[in-house]
Design a protein around this ligand. Structure first.
Ligand code: NAD
Ligand code: MN
Length: 463
């Protein structure tokens, strides 16, 4: 499918595409080919201010709009996303580097589901929070990362506008194209101007937006480092804040697990989206008696992963999103080698252009090792062993993060006991990386606070 991409885009403010006030643009590239896809508006403080003013003005009417009417807009957005899903999936893949099979079968269905789910909440908020009158917060500044560009936009926008808030969204600088296409959909369904505004630009644009004085709520998904900076900047203001940050999630395999399934779960946990997933299962903890079996099966499975053209529907591992991210991953690969862990990679050929990283496994890693503690955000996994369930819990929780965890066992009582012990926002049992708009997602500890999805997610957008 051929997707039209304009050579240049403006910001989406007050229902219209407008040129940046500075006249400055920057390039968005295809990370699999290094080709320039389009030139995007570089958002300045003046652009941000224009968007916040539009959102403030729109809030007056949108917050008082009948709930059924708001629901109608969300339903129509969801339907249009379904109708344009093929085009959006291709665009996501060329801008981001992720395999088309994932953007088509995972990202896009979840994007539509998120709008449908929140459309259903609009006229049930009073029922969901009995005894309270559910009031929106006002203007929401939302900043998102590049790993699930359109899905993160949906996670942010849908609950905010369902609750009667208005939005200024800033997508990540390397992956703004699908958010701008979503803006076209908002025009098609005639969402009132100013309810959702989209400003493109880099971290400076994000800073101008999150520090704008007339913003009531900041919702950020990205690195823990930037999240802490935003929290500090919000502290002396009236702003409400939710943060979705990094992770170093454990995937725990007991000897009584269905081992082949568990190995598939490890692969899905760390190689989905090239491991550029905040909740990636990047630490695999394996019960000692099955350690060798799991590692051997994992290596065999890794050799079958097909790395290459993200638009090929047989591709399992696509391109790394940016040169910067590739360099970060490569730094960790060097650290891993010097930490004396054994290293295995798929040794597959890499395309000559673009940013690529072979799926890589480090075995026999000490819990104190840098690669066992720090988020790599790439297709790199490390394995460790444990002897008892108590030791598994102790090792799994020995991290500053707490976004997700996986448990593989055929014993229900053990799975439930583990779920209670693990300090993580999501615990998956005999599966990994499953998402649902009705299910709250979010972190413990330095993985952030606030939830997205379901009834708990609405609390982030109501007084
Ligand atoms: P990043 O924090 O540098 O960037 C994320 C977004 O924040 C981008 O839109 C960027 O332009 C913007 N930004 C950068 N500096 C800013 C500032 N000072 N003020 C306001 N906005 C600013 O992260 P990254 O390196 O691009 O993305 C990878 C990181 O994101 C990983 O560490 C990963 O764990 C995290 N992440 C977390 C989740 C989650 O749900 N918890 C999801 C995806 C990614
Ligand atoms: Mn891009």
């Amino acid at each position: 499918m051929k997707v039209e991409i304009a050579p240049e885009y403006g910001h989406f403010i007050n229902g219209r595409f407008v040129a940046p006030q500075s006249g400055e643009h920057f390039e968005s590239i295809n990370p699999a080919t290094e080709e320039t896809l389009s030139r995007l508006a570089n958002g300045s403080g003046a652009d941000v201010d224009g968007a916040v003013v539009a959102a403030r003005k729109a809030f007056k009417r949108w917050s008082r709009c009948r709930a059924q009417e708001r629901a109608g807009y969300l339903f129509r957005i969801a339907r249009r996303i379904q109708e344009r899903a093929r085009e959006l999936a291709v665009l996501e893949t060329v801008d981001c580097g992720k395999p088309i099979r994932e953007s088509r079968d995972v990202d896009l269905p979840l994007v539509a589901q998120h709008f449908f789910h929140h459309a259903g909440w609009c006229d049930k908020l009073a029922w969901a929070f009995p005894g309270r009158s559910p009031e929106p917060l006002g203007v929401c500044a939302q900043v998102i990362p590049w790993n699930f560009p359109l899905l993160m936009a949906a996670w942010k926008i849908a609950p905010a506008i369902a609750c009667g808030n208005t939005v200024v969204l800033k997508p990540a600088e390397t992956t703004s194209l699908t958010a701008l296409r979503l803006a076209e959909i908002l025009q098609e369904v005639e969402l009132p101007p100013g309810v959702v505004n989209i400003i493109t630009g880099d971290g400076e644009t994000g800073r101008a937006l999150t520090e704008h004085a007339d913003v009531d709520k900041v919702a950020f998904t990205g690195s823990t480092e930037v999240g802490k900076r935003i929290a500090a900047a919000c502290a002396p203001t009236r702003k409400r804040l939710t943060l979705e940050l990094g992770g170093k999630s454990p995937n725990i395999i007991f000897a009584d697990a269905a081992i082949d399934q568990a190995v598939e779960g490890v692969v899905a946990g760390i190689f989905f989206n090239q491991g550029e997933v905040c909740c990636a299962g990047s630490r695999v903890l394996i019960e000692e008696s099955v350690l060798e079996e799991v590692v051997e099966k994992l290596k065999r499975r890794m050799k079958n992963l097909r790395l290459g053209d993200p638009l090929d529907k047989n591709t399992d591992v696509g391109a790394i999103n940016s040169k910067r991210q590739l360099e970060t991953i490569q730094r960790y690969l060097e650290i891993g080698a010097s930490e004396a862990a054994k290293r295995f990679d798929t040794n597959c050929p890499l395309p000559s252009r673009g940013y690529w990283c072979r799926p890589t496994l480090f075995t026999g890693v000490q819990p104190a090792a840098t690669i066992a503690r720090e988020e790599i955000f790439g297709p790199v996994v490390c394995t460790m062993s444990f002897r008892t369930a108590e030791e598994a819990v102790e090792r799994a929780n020995n991290t500053n993060y707490g976004l997700s965890a996986g448990v593989w066992t055929q014993k229900g009582s053990k799975a439930l006991w583990m779920a209670r012990q693990l300090k993580a926002g999501v615990v998956w049992c005999n599966t990994f990386n499953e998402f649902d708009a009705a299910s709250p997602f979010g972190g413990w500890k330095e993985s952030g606070f606030g939830r997205e999805g379901g009834r708990a997610g609405l609390l982030a957008y109501l007084q």
